[in-house]
Design a protein around this ligand. Structure first.
Ligand SMILES: [Mg+2]
Length: 358
């Protein structure tokens, strides 16, 4: 089999409900890989809040595409290495996002060629993946937070994650407490600092939330400061989660060695694709850590479904019903991994035309 073409486009997806208060849209870079045997693979990477997508598309088109055209797509690891070494720069940020999209597309072809869904190809553990509801953005009112958490609870989710971005830590405590009171014991909460605090303030903030039975305390300090993250993890009682801004197994190795987190959160669309995420997950397993992938639940379910140390997928409910051919429904708080070969995600008819540009 040979890769004959790679076509890319950018889709702009307007957001609905509470999320619209924080962002007007998300944008997706889409890469469609064609082969001489008619099998195609779909790769995507998310520009959260719309960011970076033009740069990702240009990097993909100019640096990565020439390395793949004419090659056998089943040699995924060989092609991954070629992409990883396509230039001398580190494969972080833009470059990692672009590699991710193509690696996801290559694996889609492998699954289709083998006529198996990816989680089974990788040695399945579970076809039903529990999800946590995610959102809780900074400019939501308390009523918005409760309304969004209730929507996820209505889908059976047992967990809800909210941001704690207020400069006054007491205000954050009030907001978390209000959601907890409104949702009751049926739903546990996680909180996300999104790197906004320094070590001392983060420890103080976590201690103020210590009695609220939180599942995790996310990205407590700047993501580049692994030492600082470890310091927070040592000082507080709530387990730390981090990793959405780490891109390679080497960065995750540092997080693991410094004992900076209990939950690791690679993002398959950012951390150099399924290939690198699986390697990160194996490192986590060797250190008795759990993997809870960041966003992209439609793809991450295959990772968690193939891991004995997989935890929850993140369900941020922003995907409109007419974007993908099959939208995954969250039932009883879980996603069933589709039996379709590959990752099972395809653009819906007309989606390209409807969401292109913007
Ligand atoms: Mg986060």
């Amino acid at each position: 089999m040979k890769i004959t073409a790679i076509d890319t486009c950018i889709l702009t997806i307007p957001l609905q409900r509470e999320m619209r208060k924080q962002f007007a849209h998300h944008r997706l870079v889409v890469a469609e890989i064609s082969t001489d045997e008619g099998v195609t693979g779909l790769g995507t990477t998310l520009g959260f809040g719309g960011g970076n997508v033009e740069a990702i598309q240009v990097y993909l088109e100019t640096r990565l595409k020439p390395a793949l055209i004419g090659e056998d797509p089943l040699f995924v690891q060989r092609l991954w290495e070629r992409m990883f070494r396509a230039d001398a720069g580190k494969k972080h940020g833009i470059a990692a996002f672009a590699i991710s999209a193509l690696d996801i597309g290559l694996w889609d072809i492998v699954g289709k060629a083998a006529n198996q869904p990816l989680f089974k190809l990788w040695g399945a553990v579970n076809p039903s993946i529990p999800a946590y509801g995610s959102g809780g953005f900074a400019n939501y009112s308390v009523e918005d937070l409760i309304s969004e958490a209730r929507t996820y609870a209505g889908l059976g989710c047992k967990y809800y994650k909210m941001k704690i971005h207020h400069p006054d830590p007491r205000e954050n405590r009030k907001r978390v407490e209000a959601v907890r009171r409104a949702l009751g014991d049926g739903m546990r909460l996680m909180v996300d600092v999104n790197q906004r605090l320094d070590v001392h303030s983060s420890i103080e903030q976590a201690r103020m939330l210590a009695d609220l039975d939180l599942v995790w305390y996310e990205e407590p300090v700047n993501a580049d400061d692994v030492q600082g993250c470890a310091e927070v993890a040592r000082a507080i009682g709530i387990p730390v989660a981090t990793g959405e801004n780490a891109y390679t197994r080497f960065e995750f190795r540092d997080l693991i060695e410094k004992r900076a987190a209990r939950y690791l959160m690679p993002d398959v669309q950012h951390a150099n694709g399924f290939s690198e995420t699986l390697r990160i997950a194996a490192l986590a397993a060797a250190n008795q850590l759990l993997v809870s992938p960041h966003l992209a639940h439609e793809l991450s379910i295959h990772i968690v479904g193939a891991l004995s140390n997989g935890f929850l997928v993140e369900f941020m409910d922003w995907i409109p019903k007419d974007l993908f051919e099959h939208t995954l429904d969250c039932l009883d708080g879980c996603f069933q991994i589709p039996e379709r070969p590959g990752h099972g995600v395809a653009l819906a008819r007309g989606a390209r035309e409807k969401y292109r540009g913007g």
